[in-house]
Design a protein around this ligand. Structure first.
Ligand code: KIV
Length: 286
């Protein structure tokens, strides 16, 4: 496929996202590939190259299957397809938890090798040192609190947060720690609605909800869930805006029938030996 990279003078940066607190809701989606980034870029404020890529595109059981190399490769693809949105790349499990030094080295590598606008990491009070160190190194950080997919094995599954007084207090402390450490916005995932709304009112950086609250400053969904490509269980918080499972299965069924009864390829899809067209590209020839 011939590629024409999109161009624009205006790239939304982390500071612009931060200033949208309390304004028109921020539209965010995950993206992992060049063509999807091109399709989404005109419509969103932020594209997240989430470590959900390990599950969605690579078939791993959890996001723990993501590596720094995997995130960088997908970050590069999304940056090639995006000209306008703020692109944030997830830091995979194992690339930042050990120390502030490890976190800065990994974040620098992600930004140097992709050119993205920021990185995201999971954790609140426990990761405030890492967030502060990455921000001090000049790299914008998106926080992520509430249900943390990188911790599902430790937590014993995908458990909704904020159902006890103790966890509500811990979530509020996490949100404040992420804000004080200098994050430009924070994802709140899988959290009781009223708690996510309360956090949104209590901190000065935008909150981006996923299974959280309509009162958050923005919303994010995994692109494959949103377009109906997810083949296994679709979470309750997802609204499917398309049914690509059906579209793809139907196309594959019709293609298989055409190949088997030799109606594909037809005359329009094969090449003649005409001299007039011998200098044309494969894609140009009528
Ligand atoms: O990896 C991811 O897709 C995410 C979103 C769910 C926020 O972290």
């Amino acid at each position: 496929m011939a590629t024409k990279p999109p161009t624009t003078d205006i790239r939304i940066g982390a500071e612009l996202i931060r200033r949208r607190k309390g304004g028109i809701p921020l539209v965010c989606l995950t993206a992992y590939t060049y063509p999807v980034a091109r399709l989404l870029d005109p419509h969103v404020d932020l594209l997240l190259v989430g470590d959900s890529v390990a599950m969605v595109l690579h078939g791993h059981e959890t996001t723990l299957g993501a590596s720094l190399e995997m995130m960088i490769a997908h970050g590069q693809a999304v940056m090639r397809g995006s000209a306008r949105a703020c692109v944030v790349v997830d830091m995979p499990a194992g690339s930042y938890e050990e120390s502030a030094e490890q976190a800065v080295a990994s974040a620098l590598r992600i930004v140097d090798e992709t050119g993205c606008q920021g990185v995201k990491l999971e954790g609140g009070v426990d990761m405030a040192g890492q967030i502060a160190a990455i921000v001090a190194a000049g790299i914008p950080v998106m926080g992520h609190i509430g249900l943390l997919p990188q911790s599902v094995e430790r937590d014993g599954g995908y458990r909704i947060k904020g159902r006890t007084d103790e966890t509500v207090a811990a979530l509020m402390a996490d949100a404040r720690a992420v804000e004080e450490a200098g994050a430009f916005c924070v994802v709140i995932e899988g959290t009781v609605e009223a708690v996510a709304a309360d956090i949104t009112r209590s901190i000065a950086i935008p909150t981006i909800g996923i299974g959280a609250s309509g009162d958050c400053d923005g919303q994010i969904l995994v692109i494959d869930d949103m377009v109906g490509l997810t083949v296994d269980r679709v979470p309750k918080f997802v609204k499917e805006y398309a049914d690509l499972r059906r579209v793809i299965a139907n196309a594959a069924e019709r293609y298989a029938a055409d190949v088997r009864d030799r109606t594909f390829p037809a005359a329009a899809h094969v090449f003649s030996n005409s001299k007039a067209s011998s200098s044309k590209d494969v894609g140009d020839e009528a």
